[in-house]
Design a protein around this ligand. Structure first.
Ligand code: PLP
Ligand code: COI
Length: 364
């Protein structure tokens, strides 16, 4: 592939796409992550050849050698991002460049070939264009994009793969949580990531490691799991699939700092900026679980919320764990700071509010 052809996607349209009537029915109530569009973007990598054969093709099962490295040593990373239907019928994306950068950083940590950011963005945009009719227009609906990369070399020796598949799939989604405030189980037994580990990378292995704790949370009638640090089992880190914020009675926001063990969430970063724009004091600092329980009891801790691409901003109504249960605020999610930040974020993401930081990109 010479440089002029680089990243020029070949389009192989689906020979039998979903009918308009069926798509309309699917889009009416898509849930989260079970409905998929007609196409996918696929780009291959081979050592010595680099990235090649970018295509937009019919979404279909992929053929993998049973010895493919991803199946044995979990060399896999992914991203999560959304395209929205704007009020004028156009299509917008929110900070896709930040996902491209984080994907490259995840690849670096997992010793994988790095996808050039321009290629990542082209793949995502080409897929959104091909499947734009799949973008739902409801209030909390969007097209969730899932770029991912797997190690595809057939070799059982333990080493970084010399071949990769970079794929983007798309899924029309509604809200991740059914509504209201979520309940959170504090995991004392299992940790998610340790210093020097892969906590800051968006690799599938981190999620595999979280599932037992998430199952425990469900058994305890909680929606999500909260992980503490691996060294002292004391400092609040993040949830299984989202970052966490706390709001104090003086209006200060507290969120755990990025230190290599939590995912550097793009929503987290955005909310820090939006909060500062509003004149709120924001502290990225360690917050102990004992302090959290004490602050809830004294009334100092007035709100808490989860944030992420899937979760957007979701109020936390209660924490449960071996040390008992605490209710945050009224426990029903009617929290003013959380609500204000959520509205501000959604308004910008959907192109309904001014975008002073240049976060929103239009897809023509
Ligand atoms: N933390 C984890 C473990 C996640 O899976 C996610 C979701 O992507 C987040 C945090 C939030 O990241 P972002 O806001 O970039 O979606
Ligand atoms: C996302 O928010 O994009 C994630 O990857 C988290 C997962 C819970 C869907």
């Amino acid at each position: 592939m010479d440089s002029a052809d680089q990243f020029r996607f070949t389009h192989l349209p689906h020979p039998a796409p979903v009918s308009v009537a069926q798509r309309t029915e699917l889009l009416a109530n898509p849930g989260f992550g079970r409905v998929f569009t007609d196409h996918m973007a696929v780009v291959r990598y081979k050592e010595g050849q680099g990235w090649h054969n970018p295509t937009i093709e019919a979404r279909a099962p992929i053929a993998l050698d049973p010895a493919a490295a991803v199946l044995h040593y979990a060399q896999e990373i992914f991203e999560g991002m959304k395209a929205y239907r704007a009020a004028d019928g156009g299509v917008v994306m929110f900070r896709p460049d930040a996902n491209a950068r984080r994907f490259r950083q995840s690849a670096e940590r997992m010793a994988m070939a790095e996808v050039p950011e321009a290629l990542f963005l082209d793949a995502v945009r080409e897929l959104v264009r091909a499947d734009r009719d799949w973008i739902p227009s409801g209030e909390s609906a969007s097209l969730y994009l899932r770029p991912f990369m797997i190690a595809s070399e057939a070799f059982l020796g333990v080493k970084p793969s010399s071949e990769y598949l970079f794929i983007v799939i798309a899924s029309p989604v509604g809200a991740y949580f059914s509504g209201g405030a979520v309940s959170v189980w504090v995991s004392e037994e299992y940790t998610r990531a340790a210093p020097g580990g892969t906590g800051a990378a968006k690799c599938g292995g981190n999620y595999a490691a979280s599932l037992l704790a998430q199952r425990e949370a469900k058994r305890q009638n909680c929606d999500q799991v909260l992980f503490l640090d691996a060294a002292e089992h004391r400092w609040i880190e993040e949830m299984g699939g989202m970052n966490v914020f706390f709001v104090m009675d003086d209006g200060t926001l507290v969120t755990p700092p990025l230190g290599g063990t939590i995912l550097p969430g793009i929503t987290r970063d955005t909310l820090l900026t939006l909060a500062r724009d509003r004149g709120l004091t924001v502290r990225e600092e360690r917050y102990g679980i004992d302090q959290c329980y004490a602050d809830a009891a004294s009334g100092r801790l007035v709100e808490a919320f989860a944030c992420g691409t899937a979760a957007v901003v979701t109020p936390i109504g209660r924490f449960r764990g071996h040390r008992g249960e605490i209710v945050i605020g009224a426990g029903n999610g009617a929290d003013p700071v959380t609500g204000d930040l959520r509205e501000a974020l959604i308004g910008i993401q959907r192109g309904q509010r001014p975008d002073p930081h240049g976060w929103v990109q239009r897809i023509d």
